[in-house]
Design a protein around this ligand. Structure first.
Ligand code: URA
Length: 231
């Protein structure tokens, strides 16, 4: 497939031709230099289809499934993690391993329901081999998909789990322990960096000031903010 054919997907005249949609979406943006403009996707399905065929970075060569997202596509809270691990790569669903199970417990403790209140996704949609941190190139190749997800879900609150998620979305390179639990604005949206649940798994203590204790403080602040929006 030539670059010309791929680029034509994003040309308005190509989008309005009478070609059936499923054929158009076979023209996938396989190179990171090919833009995916805001408004490319009307729904999550074609975005998911693209992610599963995507070769915009090297992670496409080793994935089993692209891990796009789960939860309510109209949720008021969007949680963004770093990238899929082994369980996620196998199932195609984000946060289903041990870290995900802990995250579910934390959310349930403040009566946040992942089917109703939450949409969960990651900075990169494909598993970095050995669960390494995704590279800046991988993050920027995948970013248009994330921006489209944010546009489609249109959440009131974005939670960024861990430093890679914060840096990947906002470019803020500060350490997570400095900025967790603080509200920040990105692109006119309310965001809060929180600790990554995998970090909590490595720290058993529940004492005041421990990662688990800090997460408990932060999630209660998030719950209160959502209640404000809902009242
Ligand atoms: N860690 C993440 O950041 N994302 C997942 O989907 C799973 C574990």
């Amino acid at each position: 497939m030539s670059n010309g054919e791929q680029l034509s997907l994003f040309d308005q005249s190509a989008l309005t031709k009478s070609t059936p949609t499923n054929t158009q979406f076979q023209l996938i943006p396989t190179h990171a230099k090919i833009p995916i403009p805001s408004g490319t996707y009307d729904t999550i399905e074609p975005l998911t289809e693209h992610c599963n065929r995507c070769q915009r970075c090297e992670l496409g060569a080793t994935r089993t499934h692209a891990v796009v997202g789960r939860g309510n596509l109209k949720a008021p809270i969007m949680i963004i993690g770093e990238g899929p691990g082994q369980n996620e790569d196998e199932t195609g669903l984000p946060f289903v391993g041990k870290a995900g199970q802990l995250l579910e417990k934390i959310l349930a403790a403040v009566k946040l329901d992942t089917e109703k209140d939450i949409y969960i996704c990651n900075i990169v949609k494909c598993r970095p081999p050995g669960n390494r941190v995704p590279t800046p190139e991988e993050i920027s190749a995948c970013k248009p998909y994330l921006l489209e997800q944010i546009r489609l879900v249109d959440p009131k609150i974005i939670l960024l789990t861990g430093a890679t998620a914060v840096k990947g979305l906002t470019g803020d390179k500060r350490g997570i322990t400095k900025i967790r639990g603080t509200w920040m604005e990105w692109d006119g949206r309310l965001c809060m960096p929180i600790l990554h649940p995998a970090y909590l798994l490595r720290n058993a203590s529940r004492e005041q000031g421990s990662p688990k204790w800090l997460m408990w403080q932060d999630i209660q602040v998030v719950r209160a903010k959502l209640d404000e929006f809902l009242s």
